[in-house]
Design a protein around this ligand. Sequence first.
Ligand SMILES: *[C@@H]1O[C@H](CO)[C@@H](O)[C@H](O)[C@H]1NC(C)=O
Length: 222
Amino acid sequence: MGAQMLAVLALLALCSQALASDPSPLQDFCVAIKDTDSRVFVNGKFCKNPYYTTADDFFFSGLDKPGNTSNSVGSKVTPVNVMQLPGLNTLGISMARIDYAPYGLNPLHMHPRATKVLVVLEGTLYVSFVTSNLDNRLFTKVLNKGDVFVFPKGLIHFQFNVGHTNAVAFAGLSSQNPGTITIANAVFEAKPPIKNDVLAKAFQVDKKVVDYLQAQFWMDNN
Ligand SMILES: *[C@@H]1O[C@H](CO)[C@@H](O)[C@H](O)[C@H]1NC(C)=O
């Protein structure tokens, strides 16, 4: 009986996690304390004493400045999440500016904790996401200035600047801490490396191909 009860409870816990986004706040705000040493989290960061909270805790400046896209992928993400803006703690939302050089790519990646809605301010972006197994359907769209596209939480996606000019987009994300898993980096630059016979079998290629890929420098544009 006890074991059954535990199993039911475990199942319930799993279900609620599968449905969960960032939890709802239990107070007006909970400005994050800047304590980089802390390894203790209460599903978010510790709150600063509200008595000492000021407008500056809810303020960030500089998103008018383009990110530096001089790198191997030709794009740069400038995030404004709870790390840059402590007032976002517990509020379930964040944003980013993304700059793209001509033919720059924000490479295949996913956000484990957030849906992303993107608006193009300048340029032309070819964007895609892929659904999960078994379909693995690819959805694509070419976006111009003023166009908006949504990338569902957890799905692999990218944006590619197919124009001859710089492009810039802004994104809203449904988590204070969306997280980013860049596919190539996670697969070919895991530390320590994933065994090459594992990757050779997973990708159905020769181990030499895997060795080559693992020897590359995988840019993190975040
Ligand atoms: C942009 O990044 C490149 C490569 O790291 C660097 O050489 C260059 O000075 C940077 N440009 C600016 C304006 O910061």
